[in-house]
Design a protein around this ligand. Structure first.
Ligand code: TXA
Ligand code: MG
Length: 321
């Protein structure tokens, strides 16, 4: 039976407390949550997603004070980053304390921690009274969910409840950061907190690109192939040199390509050219184009700035198979 979609926070919190799985809205994408301190509950996440256990989970908390029993916060950049960007789409890697089960971090010494900006998500964590481990609520390697219905499509049989709070406002996953020196950090995954935003508080921001190195990924889940629809994706740098075959669909930033009459479907993510709006629409549009009568999705490259950097990253991985 497919999981029930609800807006009842107390019921969802009760399921989390008793070791069940609750998918819930965050501002980035929907998460598949379990009590992070209960290894049996955490194991259900890996089983439901068919996710390999070498791929660690992010732990979500409601406020900064909740982190103290879980991880060390002594790095000099912690205060600046947490004050500036939390609640929000930023995950900080912190040295874990023993209370975090090894399954959560796949045996790594650091745990990813995030305080989501979505009020309902923070309320859920607060009422549950436990930290919540949650990957994106999709099958491993597939397109991330930005609505409750997306979750039910892929995980409806394995999740106990879905806490609905409408479509995600940001639409792309959190940026994952490792603090290195006193004013330097490494970005393991570009996401909802842009590089430009990080550069306002940190003099050295290095993107650790591991796209082509599957043997030693810096964020183990950052495999070259990820976020993939079933339909092949081709990235378009220039429409004027791109063939538009029959049964192709186009995913465009601001406007339809020239000669688009031949295309089966055209999705325009932001007619106003807003990267924020395009990001909020991105994964849902990709899902709409992922249908059996489409042979190829032609996806236009985004401007390489702000949220466009995260969108291009998702496109590259979705196009890799
Ligand atoms: O926005 C988000 O981050 C969403 C929402 C639900 O919060 N979560 C999410 O989780 O995207 P997931 O599991 O789909 O992606 C998390 C990524 C994975 O690539 C994982 O390998 C990496 O974070 N990660 C988690 N913990 C890590 C750690 N301790 N060290 C290195 N990478 C880690
Ligand atoms: Mg994911």
């Amino acid at each position: 039976m497919a999981a029930e979609i609800t807006r009842n926070v107390a019921r969802c919190a009760q399921v989390l407390r008793t070791g069940g799985l609750v998918a819930f809205a965050t501002e980035t994408v929907y998460g598949l949550g379990a009590n992070a301190l209960n290894p049996t509950a955490v194991a259900k996440i890996f089983a439901a997603k068919r996710r390999p256990e070498f791929d660690p989970l992010i732990v979500h908390v409601a406020e900064i004070g909740d982190i103290e029993p879980l991880a060390k916060t002594s790095h000099p950049l912690f205060e600046t980053l947490s004050q500036q960007f939390w609640p929000g789409p930023l995950t900080l890697l912190l040295p874990k304390l023993d209370i975090i089960p090894d399954l959560v971090t796949s045996g790594l010494p650091d745990v990813g921690i995030r305080i989501p900006a979505n009020d309902v998500a923070r309320q859920l964590i607060k009422v549950a009274g436990v930290p919540v481990a949650a990957p994106s609520a999709n099958l491993f390697g597939r397109t991330s969910p930005t609505t409750a219905a997306h979750v039910v499509e892929q995980l409806g049989e394995s999740v106990d409840l879905v806490l609905d709070d409408g479509p995600c406002s940001v639409g792309v996953e959190s940026t994952i950061v490792r603090m290195t020196g006193p004013s330097s950090l490494e970005v393991l995954r570009v996401g909802g907190t842009t590089l430009e935003m990080l550069q306002t508080v940190c003099s050295e921001v290095t993107v650790v690109s591991n796209l082509l190195d599957e043997t030693a990924p810096a964020a183990p889940g950052q495999l070259a192939s990820h976020y993939a629809p079933l339909t092949p994706i081709q990235i378009v740098n220039d429409w004027s040199t791109t063939d538009l075959p029959p049964c192709a669909a186009a995913l465009c930033f601001q406007q339809a390509p020239p000669d688009h009459e031949n295309l089966s479907i055209v999705e325009i993510l932001s007619p106003d050219g807003s990267l924020v709006e395009a990001t909020a629409n991105f994964f849902a549009a990709l899902r709409r184009l992922d249908c059996p009568d489409i042979d190829v999705i032609l996806a236009e490259r985004f401007p390489d700035r702000e949220l466009g950097v995260a969108l291009n990253d998702r496109l590259r991985r979705a196009a890799t198979r």
